[in-house]
Design a protein around this ligand. Sequence first.
Ligand code: SF4
Ligand code: SF4
Length: 231
Amino acid sequence: MIVAERKAFDQIWNSVKDLKSVLILGCGTCVAVCQAGGEKEVGLLASELRIKSRIEGKEMKIGEATIERQCDKEFFDSIRDRAKGYEAVLSMACGAGVQYSAEMLEPILCLPALNTRFIGVTEQEGSWAERCRACGNCVLADYGGICPMTICAKSLVNGPCGGSKNGKCEAGEEKDCAWVLIYNRLKKQNRLDTFLKPVANRVKDYSKQTHPGRYTNEAYLKPEMEVKSAK
Ligand code: SF4
Ligand code: SF4
């Protein structure tokens, strides 16, 4: 999932303090799971903003809504009309959700309330860790299911580097060296011979790392191609 964290309240307040009305818009998927931008967090932020606006003597209409996903067109139908009654939407989605909200609700001003951190996993309650950089060419099969792009501080695909010491990374003593983790995983799997593969097989193909990325499922692409070729 995409992991995000809420911006500092002062930063959020500064972005909305001159507005007369704001609709706080939560997202019910990734950011709800990581407790940054779901329905509950929308309610908390709304309360904080109401208190702050009263303290500052400002009149501000603050609305609350949460849609299932801000990265999916269909979910905007339920709030489009309501959003028109506000000067701005304060989106509690990831960066993709904020951008899509701005596009779907144009010309309403859309402001971000979160900082998007990474694609990751829930390691324990209230704690998330990065696992993938969406490189577009997954090499996990050769690395025991441990991503060298993400877990290694230098994203080395042919590690370890000289900074690896006693299983720890030179980037920080609390951090395990990714390459020791990869070695240990492959050893447990009885697959250490993977390291003997010609380097060319393990060279990372960065050609898919162009931005903005775009992907269309083949099943949806074919009819379009047929239509185009029939013209
Ligand atoms: S190799 Fe690429 S796609 Fe696979 S986990 Fe790492 S960053 Fe993600
Ligand atoms: S010590 Fe290990 S994890 Fe750290 S940068 Fe070097 S190879 Fe990567």
